[in-house]
Design a protein around this ligand. Sequence first.
Ligand code: ZN
Length: 148
Amino acid sequence: MTDRELIEAGMTWLRESKHPEGALMQHHGIFARLLERSDLSVSLVPMGNADQPILCIETPLDADSLHRSLTSNEKEFFDSIPDVEQAVAWESNRGRSYPLALTVSPDVRLLVETYRKGCPTHPAESVFCKCGWFANGRGLVVMPEGWL
Ligand SMILES: [Zn+2]
């Protein structure tokens, strides 16, 4: 699987995936390590700033424990992916993030909303409940190939 295919699989998951009742996911979304650019990892955040989905690229740490910037080749690669809004990308202390111009599947939004409601059996524990609620719900998520 190429990096482009991997990212497209994640984008398709954001747009179209369906999940069983009770499935849930943290707002951080899904994560993958790129294969062709193996020192980069990516995540797809379903509901980021202003509820817009985001592609986050994390670069490795340098000798001073700072994340390096993307190279021009890497930027060119990410800028070429459909739905990436390169004009409004921003750099963070971990890499680079791109808002995505796509509509997230209602089922994927529901994953995050279900997580945010916290444990239904032990509401006082909210999202931190250790009864197995999180692991059970997370285990129900239908994941795209190559993503964690
Ligand atoms: Zn609980």
